[in-house]
Design a protein around this ligand. Sequence first.
Ligand code: P6P
Length: 346
Amino acid sequence: MARKGVGITITQHMLQQQRENPEATGGFTTLLNELIVAAKVISREVNKAGLADILGATGRTNVQEEQVQKLDVFANSVIIERMQHVGQLCCMGSEENADLIEIPSEYPKGNYIIVFDPLDGSSNIDVNVSIGTIFGIYKKKSDETNIDMLMNDVLQPGVNQVAAGYFIYGSSSMMVYTTGNGTGVHGFTLYPSVGEFLLSHENIRIPERGKIYSVNEGNDVFWDEKTLSLVNYFKARDKGSGRPYTSRYIGSLVADFHRNLLKGGIFMYPADNKDPNKPTGKLRLMVEANPLALVVKEAGGYASDGNRPILDIQPKEFHQRVPLYIGSREDVALAEDVISGRKDLT
Ligand code: P6P
């Protein structure tokens, strides 16, 4: 029997996209390739987590006052260490770091910016639930080189991302990404025996409407009337519109998003009054909502903060939080109509 090749590697796919982009210099491909190396290292540690002593908390909290798991710290340091030497970045921003991350003077700099959540869903590390790395890449707008002045280049609306995606570390490790501008969304599965991410989900499209709603209903006592009416809409019996939807919520954004991207549905993290310091919910605009909003848009879906497209929001600070309604276009459009008050379900 003829020996099978390995199929299309992520590198082959990126080079193909690079050839189709007249302005491409190859710098972007270099950047993504090093991020992929970091993801392979993180994937290896995540899959060993049950064995290594890397489990358990560090006893410290991050800028979000969240208990920092050792694997969070490890993932953050791996990405920073891999990315800082590629010569394509002017700075980086991480969910784990209060301030922007400078490129050490011994390395050349470039005009790209990468923002990332190194290991989202970290509270699930110890219970073997899929977790992930989320990233977004921008181009610097100014000629600034001083790290203290680069925040203006970082705080761009998500629509400006030149690439965005995520790695999910679960039963298998996958990379899902887009370079925007109608290039589509493509998924690659890591083949440990080959050590490569191979094309497994070409041109992912999310169904216009789903049958799944994903939200932490344990927060419903903290929601306003509009939010309650929206969630109850998805739970109500109405044969004609395929309701009630099925409830699926893992509590790991990348895992919940990935399932809904492939099957259809809506993920919601509404604003709530649970924590006066986080009135707009828990999720971060720059390192969670924006990258996934570009992916879902390129797959035919939509992402809103309940009033407008996530991708249109002008960020005011790097760690700002935002309510998130993301997934199948029709479901998210309904959510935006209800939460903005344009439609009344009560
Ligand atoms: P809750 C994980 O900590 C995370 O940031 C996301 O991955 C996840 O979607 C969300 O928090 C879960 O939050 O409040 O439902 O536990």
